[in-house]
Design a protein around this ligand. Sequence first.
Ligand SMILES: Nc1ncnc2c1ncn2[C@@H]1O[C@H](COP(=O)(O)OP(=O)(O)OP(=O)(O)O)[C@@H](O)[C@H]1O
Length: 323
Amino acid sequence: MPTPTIRVAHLTKRFGAQVVVDDLSFEVAEGETLVLLGPSGCGKTTLLKTLNRLIEPDGGTIELNGRDVQQQKPEELRRGIGYVIQQVGLLPHYTVAQNVGVVPGLLGHPPAQTAARTTELLERLHLPAARFADMLPAQLSGGQQQRVGLARALAADPPVILLDEPFGALDPITRAAVRRNFRELDELRRKTVVLVTHDVQEAFELADRIMLLNNGQIQQLGPPRELLHHPANDFVRSFFQAEKLALEMRVLTLAELQPWLAAAHSAASPPAPSSALPLPLTASVQEALALLAEAGPAGLTLAESGQLLTTGSVLAALGQALG
Ligand SMILES: Nc1ncnc2c1ncn2[C@@H]1O[C@H](COP(=O)(O)OP(=O)(O)OP(=O)(O)O)[C@@H](O)[C@H]1O
């Protein structure tokens, strides 16, 4: 495992008699995306907020890059950690560009550098600076505000980003679009990300590992496919039961369907059109079906064999793989 960026040991937080975070110990590796998942009230937000000291724990330790967060001033600690919340929290009288530039300003970055970085981030989040930089938050849609919130969290290039239900307030279509923007941001791949959600699909889409919590305790911590295929207990099993098929489509790859895809391919199968695009075996079933829908008559082929893929053949192979 690469160097842990975040190391938590025996973390405990109580509100009155209620133990909300119950003796948790875990690490988050550099560059990893850890998703905190669990039912409402299980302690996700409380745990997240202890990491940047918005909430002080009652016991245990948190180290960030080897330094105990208690030894750092909260304001300084927070300047080095990007933070995105569902309510976005943009400053209403600041323009989009001013909002994005807040933390670099506090850190004393040169204004020209901040302006260039702001323009770059806004462009990458599909908010062309020429149109959006001088607008006020109230002039933006919810999805646009959420993108500005992401740009603001990334502006000073912090190595760690904490996100609390960042897509929660958006309608399903906007939510999917903003989430795609988020996933496609190259620089997030290098960052250590801790993200809170209660959306199982979102967790499976974004997580390297999922921490499933209940009553302040870790029920299981591992890669999505491990929680799905090897649940540690009945809580974990039943948590994913209702959405099992959709989750299987996210975790299973074409490589795992290959035996059934190959069996479906016979001498009588039509040849792939020359316009067909090759799809790697590492693609998930979900990605393959989405790309098939987009590809239309051009079609898709399995990169390895050149075999034509159809929605029907992928679904049939999935059905057989799942028995
Ligand atoms: N400041 C507080 N004072 C008292 N109790 C609190 C406080 N903050 C949170 N709690 C309680 O702690 C528990 C965990 O809350 P938390 O917000 O961490 O849960 P969550 O898993 O993020 O839930 P949700 O998905 O609904 O946001 C809840 O029972 C909540 O009522």
